[in-house]
Write a protein that binds this ligand. Structure first.
Ligand code: ADP
Ligand code: MG
Length: 241
């Protein structure tokens, strides 16, 4: 199988705090990998290193076979889409412009081409009827769906999600998870940090469990959830019963 992401011996510290300790991690084309683990275990830092929002101290990260430290950072950032807990939409812009800006500025697409693509992906996430609305008027779930459309407009080869539903009202969590499930079914390569164990169990192909900056255990959801091997994973899962 073709690896979209390859992380080899990744290390990252903040001052004297070693947050990622020799992380090795691959994601194949079309795979949906969920990353679970307690708060502070290094999940966000791992995603942020893959997207180069943080600079790794050592190790290498390959996306589509290209070492991200050596390639064009703008190309890399458009190939590796990121969806944040806090949406990070441009609040002074409409829904449509949120999806158009990166395409015209970074990918140098014509305005018309960018608008066509934005409508295409806004339709996919069920937000096209809001295209002309300011993003500030949206609910959290709607903002998150726009954030997903915005990332897809950049033709990303993999989409990273960092707790995409943690900041949402319980009522709107489902609409975002439904969109994510639809993208998974369509074969998008995804890495999803989440506390939604239902999503991890039912939608992902593989679950990675992190604790204290290391990947303690990984495997198919049925093995992870029914037969966790390590004591720390058993303890972690015990909280969700
Ligand atoms: P998780 O996403 O699993 O909750 P994080 O990757 O956010 O974990 O954080 C791992 C550890 O790194 C935590 O102890 C956190 O406080 C620390 N950390 C994260 N980012 C920074 C930063 N920019 N500066 C200093 N410490 C940080
Ligand atoms: Mg986090």
């Amino acid at each position: 199988m073709e690896n979209i992401i390859e992380v080899n011996h990744l290390r990252k510290s903040f001052g004297s705090l070693e947050v990622l300790k020799d992380i090795n991690f691959n994601v194949e084309k079309g795979e949906v990998v969920t990353v679970i683990g307690s708060s502070g275990s290094g999940k966000s830092t791992m995603l942020r290193c893959i997207n180069l929002l943080e600079t790794p101290d050592s190790g290498e990260i390959l996306v589509n076979g290209v070492n991200v430290m050596e390639g064009d950072i703008n190309k890399h950032r458009s190939e590796v889409g990121m969806v944040f807990q806090s949406f990070n939409l441009f609040n002074n812009y409409t829904v449509l412009d949120n999806c158009v800006l990166g395409q015209t500025k970074v990918l140098k697409r014509s305005h018309k081409e960018a608008v066509d693509k934005a409508h295409q992906y806004l339709k996919k996430v069920g937000m096209d009827e809001f295209a002309d609305k300011p993003s500030t008027l949206l609910s959290g779930g709607q903002k998150q769906r726009v954030a997903i459309a915005r990332a897809l407009c950049m033709d990303c080869v993999v989409l990273l999600f960092d707790e995409p539903t943690s900041a949402l009202d319980p009522v709107t969590v489902g609409e975002v998870l439904d969109v994510m499930k639809q993208l998974a079914d369509e074969g998008l390569t995804m890495v999803v940090v989440t506390h939604e164990m239902g999503f991890a169990r039912d939608v992902s192909d593989r679950v990675v469990f992190m604790e204290n900056g290391v990947i303690v255990e990984e495997g198919k959801p049925e093995d992870i959830f029914t037969a966790p091997k390590s004591e720390s994973l058993q303890r972690f899962l015990g909280r969700f019963i």
